[in-house]
Design a protein around this ligand. Structure first.
Ligand SMILES: NC(=O)C1=CN([C@@H]2O[C@H](COP(=O)(O)OP(=O)(O)OC[C@H]3O[C@@H](n4cnc5c(N)ncnc54)[C@H](OP(=O)(O)O)[C@@H]3O)[C@@H](O)[C@H]2O)C=CC1
Ligand SMILES: O=C(CO)[C@H](O)[C@H](O)COP(=O)(O)O
Length: 466
């Protein structure tokens, strides 16, 4: 039997879709799964593609079925399962072989695993994969972190299966060890903020402007036909128009308003804070999901504190402009975190390339990402996305709408934590003279911490210490 160019372990939602995608592009794929009964079903359901899929039940046979140097992609839950599988497979491998973790993993674990594998002359790649099941099957966006050696082994397969933006495959090696998983983590942080902004705009239209779900869906569909185009806007337009077959109600009205989260949004915030950054929009989006999960508490608070929401006089254009401004600010926060990590870990991340490989295939794909990629390739004052001429022009034009929407929402008692955070970030960062002089004076007053004086070198204390 021909040896396979790649092995995929983990035939769940993502692993099976990737295996089919790779087989369809003409590569031979060895496949294995923890529950071995599922493997035969998978091959049967693959139809003609089954000819390129080589099933194995024993890990030893799976490894032996691969061309050397070997490449094995694991699509399994991150954490302990990944460590257990590395421990099981590493003794079967030879120097130069590459293990890939294609799941959503904590990049610290990826860095540790890469170091442990390097000590055994093995290579470990942390690869962020975005696009959900459909993306994995027909063209995901992939963010690779690992050695040049692994990239040379992998790139032909990954370029063949990736989504394409005007012919450019949405995959690249972004740096060593944890770089790919970190970029995927921040991708998901931006995803959280983007999703919450859309949910907040839905809330304002629904509860402040009395619009039924289908009408709001139609608004998002109109937005998706113009510069606000994005996958998340597109799917929101579609899901708002759907009816629940069991009740005849709009399907969104039968879905409990309690959001799940698996950790990547939280990791983004934790890493941002650890590096002295503040991603307040992403933090607000993570927090909004956490608060949403406290349904009973919210119901008790509504009974005790009142849940009235006032009518809003906001037109579609104002909402659209507020969305445009907030979305730019969310991306700006994401790229600030990427820049901080790039400096801290010496990754030399190429922000333009990251924006480019997010233009198709991934969950946050949008027309805006093409503008962002161009902005990073052009003049970027102070290295800040929000100051790039094209972004600054949009913010100048559209932030008044964001301000109007946030003020109206606050006045009317509507919750819009991410839109409000976007405005707070914008207004803080555009003020050359802020209020931290008061913080410094307070710190010196109570703790003798000292402060800098304008135009003078050194550390000073206030007259309260004379
Ligand atoms: N679903 C999505 O949209 C996306 C998911 N991801 C990431 O991809 C990875 C896989 O996700 P997904 O395919 O959705 O998950 P699924 O739950 O569909 O599949 C999980 C797979 O992992 C295997 N598995 C579970 N536990 C273990 C274990 N302890 N040891 C070995 N194998 C195990 C399962 O085997 P078995 O059949 O035996 O249970 C199955 O093959 C995750 O890290 C996820 O975060 C990344 C991007 C998008
Ligand atoms: O990585 C993904 C999309 O990009 C996964 O769908 C992930 O599960 C999304 O995060 P969460 O489950 O926390 O919403």
């Amino acid at each position: 039997m021909a040896k396979a160019q790649i092995g995929i372990y983990g035939l769940g939602t993502m692993g099976s879709a990737l295996a089919l995608n790779i087989a369809e592009k003409g590569f031979d794929v060895a496949v294995a799964n923890r529950e071995v009964e599922w493997i035969a079903d998978f091959i049967r359901e693959a139809g003609p593609l089954g000819a390129r899929l080589h099933p194995h039940e024993a890990l030893e046979d799976f490894v032996a079925g691969l061309k050397t140097p070997r490449v094995i992609l694991f699509m399994i839950p991150s954490g302990a399962p990944m460590d257990a599988m590395i421990a099981a497979v590493a003794p079967l491998l030879s120097p130069g072989d590459t293990i890939i973790d294609g799941g959503n993993a904590d990049f610290h674990a990826t860095r540790r695993r890469a170091e442990e594998m390097a000590a055994r002359d093995l290579h470990f790649v942390g690869m962020g994969v975005s696009g959900g099941e459909d993306g994995a099957r027909h063209g995901p966006s992939m963010m690779v972190g690992g050695s040049e050696h692994s990239w040379r082994q992998l790139r032909d397969i990954l370029r063949a299966i990736a989504a394409r933006h005007e012919g450019d495959p949405c995959v690249d090696r972004l740096g060593p060890d944890g770089a790919g998983h970190f970029v995927k983590t921040v991708h998901n942080g931006i995803e959280y903020a983007d999703m919450q902004i859309i949910a907040e705009i839905y809330g304002l239209a629904r509860f402040g402007m009395a619009q039924p779900p289908a009408e709001i869906g139609a608004m998002f569909a109109r937005w998706n036909a113009g510069p606000l185009q994005s996958y998340l806007v597109e799917i929101t337009a579609e899901l708002l128009g759907r009816t629940d077959p069991a009740t005849g109600h709009p399907v969104v009205d039968v879905i409990k308003d309690a959001a799940g989260q698996k950790g990547t949004g939280r990791w983004t915030v934790i890493e941002a804070v650890r590096m002295g950054q503040a991603a307040n929009m992403i933090e607000a989006a993570v927090g909004a999901r956490a608060w949403s999960a406290e349904k009973e508490t919210r119901q008790a608070a509504e009974a005790r504190l009142g849940g009235a929401r006032g009518a809003l006089d906001l037109g579609e254009e104002v909402l659209a402009d507020a969305f445009a401004a907030a979305r730019i600010l969310g991306y700006a926060q994401g790229f600030r975190i990427l820049e901080a990590a790039s400096r801290e870990y010496g990754w030399a991340l190429d922000h333009a390339r990251i924006a480019e490989i997010w233009r198709a295939g991934c969950i946050i794909r949008s027309a805006l990402l093409d503008d962002i990629a161009q902005a990073f390739r052009g003049d970027l004052p102070a290295g800040q996305l929000m100051l790039a001429p094209s972004m600054a022009a949009q913010l100048t034009a559209k932030t008044p709408a964001l301000r109007r929407v946030v003020c109206a929402a606050m006045e009317g008692g509507h919750a819009a934590p991410v839109l409000a955070a976007a405005l707070g970030f914008h207004d803080t960062m555009r003020q050359g003279w802020g209020t931290a002089n008061i913080i410094q004076a307070q710190r010196d007053f109570f703790g003798h911490h000292g402060f800098e004086r304008l135009g003078q070198e050194g550390k000073f204390h206030g007259p309260w210490w004379d």
